[in-house]
Design a protein. Structure first.
Length: 294
């Protein structure tokens, strides 16, 4: 078994008594089967203990299933994880017209079903998933389900590698969705920061950005400060300079004037002054040092 560092109390209080399945990410993953299901008439989930992990994404309708005696009520845009080796049982018939996407993933010897009170692995190589994961507002999770099913039914070159990569991406996306549910929401800040990241060529004033997320300037400043620990201006400036530093390394032939304009600075002198204030060297020196190290 690959070990991380189990540590009690590392999860929010509302998750300490939950059950989780821990997945080791570096492992190559195999998917046995996946497909879409439509239930015209009410139907119970099968009662079984199967070897594979069963992932169910609910597209429409509603369903209730149990795992080891615990009942989970699945609603639209939620994912139910029924862990391989555990006892699964339908609790109530699904609603008429219920539609799902399901995947059966082959377990790895390192996967671990973690009961109440057991400590998680504290390592970036592991993800921990609860049985029920709300995915509303995360279309990338449904898209990954759909891509996996398409690859299973229409395999092409390197299908096994593609499926393994897609499944590991899905595990990471589900982990992000599960963690988002348990931490305090700051939707105003998230929406504002997403706009800034998608438009690196532009500098936004507080009022301009507040108008785009439909709040007052004061509310936006408070939300961003709570989320990032920085003012909106400081976060925006730091993020642009970090992005620019990456471009300096990746595009050694790009002129500084062009790079400065791509990130919304007035000109290369404005950019160079701010870059040196943050990194202690000019953009030219930074690029030269990176080139020498490479």
């Amino acid at each position: 078994m690959q070990e991380g560092t189990p540590k009690e109390g590392s999860l929010p209080n509302e998750r300490k008594n939950a059950v989780f399945t821990d997945f080791y990410l570096p492992t190559e993953r195999e998917l046995q089967v996946g497909n879409y299901n439509t239930y015209i008439h009410p139907s119970l989930h099968p009662e079984r203990t199967m070897r594979e992990h069963d992932f169910v994404y609910l597209l429409e309708g509603g369903w209730s299933a149990g795992q080891n005696g615990q009942v989970y009520r699945l609603e639209k845009d939620q994912v139910l994880l029924l862990t391989g080796g555990q006892h699964h049982k339908g609790v109530e018939p699904c609603l008429p017209g219920t539609r799902t996407i399901f995947l059966h993933g082959v377990p790895d010897e390192n996967d671990r079903f973690r009961g109440k009170g057991e400590a998680p692995f504290l390592s970036p190589d592991w993800v921990s998933l609860p049985p029920l994961i709300p995915c509303e507002g995360r279309p990338e999770i449904r898209e990954l389900f759909e891509k996996i099913v398409a690859e299973l039914w229409n395999p092409g070159s390197h299908s096994a590698s593609k499926l393994s990569a897609l499944f590991r991406l899905l595990l990471c996306a589900l982990s992000d969705a599960a963690q988002w549910v348990t931490r305090p929401k700051n939707n105003t800040a998230e929406r504002a920061l997403a706009i800034l990241r998608k438009n690196p060529q532009k500098f936004y004033t507080v009022e301009e950005l507040a108008g785009q997320v439909f709040v007052s300037g004061k509310t936006l400043e408070t939300a961003v400060k709570k989320r990032t620990g920085k003012t909106l201006h400081r976060w925006q400036m730091d993020t642009k300079l970090e992005m620019a530093s990456f471009e300096l390394r990746m595009h050694p032939q790009m002129r500084l004037r062009e790079l400065a304009l791509n990130f919304g600075f007035y000109d290369e002198f404005h950019f160079s002054r701010l870059f040196k204030a943050k990194y202690g060297v000019s953009p030219r020196e930074y690029r030269s040092r990176f080139s020498e190290e490479s």
